[in-house]
Design a protein around this ligand. Structure first.
Ligand code: GDP
Ligand code: GDP
Length: 438
């Protein structure tokens, strides 16, 4: 199935010229006047290994009232409906227009992957005029010159990029492709070896061979409920035959290495001891590493109600910085509460690798601002314009706008909460970065 790219934009921005570039054909009509009637135009294109279909559309006004403009709007909507990705073409020489805003609003609501192309940009690559297009809330504008063939290749690359994502997502969700690297971290005696041996003794757990792992290394690949895991070198443990054994000395470096090489860290605490300084340190390393994390309080069988309450309170206060981590109460010895850990671990992994499309992030940002505007501070009112994903594992959301250094921490937490809810992010840190453009 070839991916379908639709070119959308108001009349005369250079869509047909771009269409010709992308299809290297002379099929489309290029004319020097606005509003020339045109049906949807289909063309085949190829870039490297990738073949695609491009649809050129006439000029588009989402709210076109009647006549020819209305017909063009209808054609464009149909083209957009058929497309996998939309390239929204604007004219960087003509500048931003009200119509551009209308089109952007329409596209944002659709939630389809959308790339913003700033055409007629020959000689304007570094022009400050490009920045005003951020206002459309569709992310960065990509300068191209359809007439001169500049930037078209990278535009196509960019347009096709998100289309590879669903496949990757499917692989990631599937058992075969992904192995979740898991480290169990905790100070000596919290019950790491007991828990791991409990796991490995479970019938539902199936060992498999992972290329590159040796028998001696503390690395155990196994499968559970169709999901593959690799238990990686967990600090402070030694493998003795089929079981794990704790070694006396706690090593910070080993712990750090284990955390660094994991996708998800299970932080194990000892209910009988409460949250100690050493626990808090390990928790701090995990936070710094940006890894996904699940907390399990072990030896739940050995404490009474009063101790449990105390413990919950001390987790809340001393580990408040890991509030995003799911919390489990377990007994490794009695095999209680063990199964739900797997769900949380898989969920944390998924959250850490979540893809967050720019249009969705920007829509959420605008909704959040509408719900509650950031407070004025020192004579400045921060203006939050658009957001895009700056990284994964841990997910980073970059917010662009003005006077963002005046956004309060409380407001950032408010935003974080809304993003977390929308993308169902649990067990992973979420970093929010503010980029003030002037
Ligand atoms: P459409 O109505 O959006 O399909 O726009 P066209 O492709 O018909 O182009 C409209 C006008 O813009 C034509 O006169 C093109 O020659 C001109 N044009 C298209 N691309 C560029 C470009 O990259 N730079 C400049 N300077 N002009 C362009
Ligand atoms: P490690 O140093 O973190 O690997 O801890 P171990 O697995 O060696 O456990 C330390 C001690 O805690 C051992 O005496 C275990 O029997 C005990 N222990 C482990 N899990 C539990 C549990 O769930 N409940 C209770 N009551 N004791 C546990």
């Amino acid at each position: 199935m070839k991916p379908v790219i639709a070119l959308v934009g108001r009349p005369n921005v250079g869509k047909s010229t771009l269409f010709n570039r992308m299809t290297k054909s002379r099929d489309a009509i290029v004319a020097d006047f606005a509003g020339l009637t045109r049906d949807r135009h289909y063309g085949n294109g190829r870039q490297g290994q990738h073949e695609y279909i491009v649809i050129d559309t006439g000029g588009f006004e989402p709210d076109a009232g009647s006549g020819i403009f209305r017909e063009m709007a209808k054609q464009t909507r149909q083209a957009v409906a058929e497309a996998d990705v939309v390239v929204f073409v604007v004219d960087v020489r003509g500048g931003l227009s009200a119509q551009d805003h209308d089109i952007a609003n329409y596209l944002r609501r659709l939630g389809k992957p959308c790339v913003l192309a700033g055409n007629k940009a020959e000689g304007m690559q570094d022009s400050p005029h490009l920045a005003e297009f951020y206002e459309l809330g569709l992310g960065e504008v990509h300068p191209v010159s359809a007439a001169h063939g500049q930037g078209v290749r990278s535009l196509v690359e960019l347009a096709l990029e998100p289309l590879a994502l669903p496949e990757v997502d499917e692989c990631e969700a599937g058992a075969e492709a992904t192995v979740i690297r898991l480290a169990v971290a905790g100070r000596p005696n919290v019950g790491k070896s007991t828990l791991i041996n409990t796991w490995l003794g479970e019938e539902r757990l199936v060992a498999f061979d992972l290329p590159g792992t040796t028998r001696d290394a503390i690395s155990v690949p196994f499968e559970r409920n169709g999901q593959r895991f690799e238990l990686i070198d967990t600090a402070g443990l030694r493998r003795k035959g089929k079981v794990f054994e704790a070694i006396e000395k706690f090593s910070v470096v080993k712990t750090l290495q284990a955390i660094e090489s994991a996708n998800v860290v299970l932080l194990l605490l000892d209910a009988t001891q409460g949250v100690t300084d050493q626990d808090a340190h390990i928790a701090g390393y995990i936070l710094e590493s940006g890894r996904a994390v699940v907390i399990a309080v072990n030896k739940w069988d050995a404490v009474d109600d009063y101790q449990r309450q105390q413990l919950e309170r001390s987790i809340e206060s001393r580990l408040s910085f890991l509030k995003f981590a799911p919390l489990h109460f377990i007994s490794a010895i009695k095999r209680q509460g063990i199964a739900p850990l797997w769900t949380s671990i898989a969920q944390a992994y998924k959250s850490a690798n979540r893809k967050m499309p720019t249009p969705v992030l920007t829509r959420l940002l605008h909704e959040a601002v509408q719900f509650q505007t950031p407070k004025r501070a020192g004579g400045f009112r921060p203006k939050l314009r658009y957001a895009h994903q700056g990284g994964m594992n841990p997910p980073v959301i970059v917010i662009h706008g003005n006077s963002l250094e005046h956004v309060s921490d409380a407001y950032k937490r408010f935003l974080e909460g809304r993003f977390r809810k929308e993308f169902d992010l649990v067990g992973t840190p979420l970093r929010i970065e503010m980029k003030t453009s002037s």
